[in-house]
Design a protein around this ligand. Structure first.
Ligand SMILES: [Zn+2]
Length: 315
């Protein structure tokens, strides 16, 4: 192939694959006050990252204390991290001093580097931190494929404060409790509990009006972790995906997961292979999934993941 033809093909190929990366101001992030000093940044998107939502498919939150700001999750790209930083600046002049990465999935932490100059303490479960380091480049590449280049380049900044158990902190006079989920939704994931305002910033252990992704965790452990969260009696729940709700969202999600588990168990006990169990799951969950859009996109993968776990406990 001649050199000029190669160059021509390259020119033709690039615009089809890569659009311009989004700018921070392209993200409509308006802080929503949910309690004194506690704000949520809720995405309107209810799907996977794509060109239309610019990769913003997960929620973030921040807490303004007397001595700096805590950010919980930083989005799918460095640009999104800058958008979060700009949104925080509309509420307070205080610097971000702490970050919590609830888990390793790239839609929740690739914005960390936007805060690098502030040298924040970045909390995460050790298993999650290890996965971030191992999978960062893959997430950045995947999101650019899914969004046609809108998430752009991201420099990485990894957690530096390992959370190895329940961690009760005083951050600038605000009590912040980090709760490891026991790998419920993904390895090393943690939820953030603010006892003073009874606010739960849940990360992906809570989905409200979006079907949960269950294929990287342990559904049985997830159900018992939800029981622990129910006992906290939160006033406000900020989910990783979906709208803000109250405590009632927790038993609702528990019911979803318990019904999924029971339907798969029924399939296993009847000797159905996993692909036939999918139909049974659809039937048993028909009333529930109307509240959880995206179920059809996720049902096959959910059953494939849960099936061997059920098999192991059933026999
Ligand atoms: Zn997520």
């Amino acid at each position: 192939m001649s050199r000029s033809l190669v160059v021509l093909l390259w020119i033709l190929w690039v615009p089809a694959v890569a659009q311009t990366a989004a700018a921070p101001e392209d993200y409509p992030m308006t802080p929503e006050a949910v309690a004194e000093g506690v704000y949520a940044l809720i995405t309107p998107a209810r799907d996977f990252p794509n060109a239309e939502n610019l990769g913003w498919n997960a929620n973030m939150a921040f807490v303004v204390t007397d001595d700096g700001v805590l950010v919980v999750d930083t989005g799918s790209s460095e640009t999104m991290g800058i958008a979060i930083r700009n949104a925080i600046a509309t509420v307070t002049e205080q610097p971000v001093r702490w970050v919590v990465n609830t888990h390793s999935h790239g839609d929740h932490w690739l914005g960390n580097h936007a805060f690098a100059d502030l040298q924040p303490g970045i909390f995460a479960g050790p298993a999650a931190a290890a996965l971030m380091e191992a999978q960062a480049e893959g997430w950045i590449r995947n999101f650019n494929e899914m969004t046609e280049g809108r998430t752009g380049a991201s420099r990485t900044l990894f957690p530096n404060m390992p959370v190895t158990g329940i961690t009760d902190l005083d951050l600038g006079g605000t009590r912040v409790v980090l709760l490891p989920s026991g790998d419920s939704h993904s390895p090393g994931d943690i939820a953030v509990w603010l006892p003073e305002s009874r606010t739960l910033i849940a990360g992906d252990v809570v989905y409200t009006d979006r079907a949960p992704s269950v294929w990287n965790g342990d559904v049985r452990q997830w159900i018992s972790f939800l029981d622990e969260l129910i006992r906290l009696e939160p006033r406000v729940v900020i989910p990783g995906h979906g709208r803000i709700e109250g405590a009632e969202t927790l038993p609702r999600l528990r019911h979803y997961l318990a019904t999924l588990w029971a339907a798969v168990e029924e399939g296993v006990l009847e000797g159905l292979p996993d692909f036939l169990t999918v139909d049974l799951v659809r039937e048993r969950m028909a009333d529930i999934v109307v509240d959880y859009p995206g179920f059809e996109d996720k049902v096959n993968r959910s059953v494939t993941h849960v099936y061997p776990d059920v098999e192991q406990t059933a026999f």
